[in-house]
Design a protein around this ligand. Structure first.
Ligand code: BG6
Length: 492
């Protein structure tokens, strides 16, 4: 048998894409609540207001180029559609959805907790009891079926008030707010939750600073400080979690992509090395416990100065993450020979297309070997237990007249991924804790805000404008995954 009997199977979600109930039960707004819908070609936008009353909407773009106009703060505006407000309404469907998960045989359900449901302003002294009660009901429902929750403390859900008052994670006050929030929930759910993740895809700080850090100015200085503050917060939360309950395990969550050089020109390999450094910097610090030299040199070259203390580095070294979890969907190809790639027709929206792989409608390549590569890369570097907490295929599924969804393309994708993961365990001896697919039930796409980019085993009747009954329909992949789980990954 490839996977041990301790290996855990399940699915993953995030509050800002799934939960809904955005203004119910005393919840405050978060960063994503003021994000409009978008599409494969149209970016999502942050809506904002200036003190002089001027309003507008700024497209979310990658990295340092994202910046709201001077003095603007994110806010809700009339006339825009905000998909997070309803998500796919887990808030009112949690019993039904957890039952579906139990029917598939889930050991683990990964969900994020909406920080502003617990602390509406992010740093309130006392928690919102109604918010705590909601997750109590969710965890009790999971317990009924023997499902372990894996809780992400912050999956792009920085409370809006911390953004408007402090400018997001660039401010050290966010460290205390996050530790305070973690303290409340780890004490309150002691015995109900033992697996925690601090920040979803912590390297989103560089790729999507508004999502990752609630930054309304994504300058390199702010991103560097935001990352540093999250590293310190993570170390403090690891320490706290162990003190509250020695059974607690706190993981890092990294967005991992494999990168391949397009040609055998060493310059292409150097490019791959540098892009990988940008990604692995985050795990070198949060899981490895120290700032790597390549990043310190970069900060020196770019004139970046951190607001830090010697104690920060002691904490980071002493309290690294207990395990390293990651999302992984695809691989990317890099080159210094763009013209050559173009001439061969190997271009895609994301850069160079891998001529050996198929891509989905959003340009994401289906790579049957990517998980083996990812798992080996991370295992060799850290020798810490690993957990694949996001992997899946986004697709525009069709609900047939007979209420069925024939998503054989999703089954084929997931089959190839599980085989790759199995190779990493059986051939390479990687220590792998489990697998939670993205997602469990259909939810809103994070990147585009669309509903039509679906990932779940259960179809939810809702469209890109929020119309639909929210009724649930198990897809063909639902029955397939159930079989995979009951055979512990043998029957694919
Ligand atoms: C990960 C995020 O980056 O990818 C999820 O953690 C997201 O929140 C998932 O939904 C898939 O991306 P998308 O843009 O297709 O929803």
């Amino acid at each position: 048998m490839a996977f041990t009997k301790e290996f855990t199977w399940g699915g993953a979600t995030a509050a800002n894409q799934y939960e809904g109930g955005y203004d119910e039960g005393g919840k405050g707004l978060n960063a994503v609540d003021v994000l409009t819908n978008g599409s494969a070609t149209e970016p999502r936008k942050v809506t904002w207001k200036k003190p002089n009353g001027e309003t507008g909407a700024t497209p979310l773009v990658w990295g340092k180029d994202f910046k709201l106009p001077e003095g603007a703060v994110p806010t809700l505006l009339d006339g825009y559609y905000y998909p997070s407000h309803q998500g796919t309404d887990f808030y009112h469907h949690y019993k039904e959805d957890i039952k579906y998960m139990a029917d598939m045989g889930f050991d683990v359900f990964r969900l994020s907790m909406n920080w502003s449901r617990i602390l509406p302003n992010g740093d309130d002294e006392k928690p919102n009891e109604e918010g705590l009660a909601f997750y109590d009901k969710v965890f009790d429902e999971c317990a009924k079926y023997g499902i372990q929750p894996l809780v992400t403390l912050s999956h792009y859900e920085t409370p809006l008030s911390l953004i408007t008052r402090f400018g997001g994670w660039k401010d050290r006050r966010l460290i205390d707010a996050f530790v305070h929030y973690s303290d409340i929930v780890m004490n309150h759910y002691k015995g109900k939750v033992r697996y925690w993740l601090t920040f979803n895809e912590i390297n989103a700080m560089d790729m999507a600073p508004y999502m990752g850090g609630g930054l309304i100015d994504g300058s390199e200085q702010n991103r560097a400080q935001g990352a540093h503050n999250q590293f310190v917060a993570s170390a403090k939360v690891v320490k706290l979690a162990h003190e509250i309950d020695p059974n607690n395990r706190v993981g890092q969550m990294l967005a991992y992509s494999a990168y391949y050089p397009y040609t055998c020109d060493p310059k292409d390999q150097i490019k791959v090395m540098e892009v990988k450094q940008d990604m692995l910097f985050y795990s070198d610090v949060q899981t490895g416990g120290h700032y790597p030299e390549y990043r310190l040199k970069k900060y020196e070259r770019d004139g970046i100065k951190l607001d830090d203390t010697p104690e920060d580095y002691e904490l980071i070294a002493k309290y690294p993450a207990d395990f390293l979890s990651f999302s992984c969907y695809t691989s990317n190809v890099l080159t210094t020979h763009e013209a050559e790639a173009k001439a061969s027709g190997n271009v895609s929206a994301g850069g160079v297309k891998n001529p050996y792989l198929e891509s989905n409608a959003w340009g994401w390549a289906t790579d049957p070997d990517v998980l083996r590569i990812a798992l080996n890369d991370l295992w060799d570097r850290y020798h810490k237990p690993l957990w694949v907490v996001e992997n899946g295929l986004g697709s525009a599924d069709t609900l047939e007249k007979d209420s069925k969804v024939h998503d054989d393309y999703r089954i084929n994708y997931l089959r190839s991924q599980i085989k790759s993961m199995r190779d990493a365990v059986t051939i390479d001896g990687v220590d792998l804790m489990g697998y939670t697919t993205w997602s469990a039930i259909d939810l809103v796409s994070n990147g585009t805000g669309e509903m039509k980019k679906r990932y779940g085993f259960v179809y939810v009747d809702r469209d890109d404008r929020g119309n639909g009954s929210l009724k649930r329909y198990p897809k063909d992949s639902f029955y397939w995954y159930k079989k995979v789980i009951s055979s512990n990954g043998e029957d694919l």
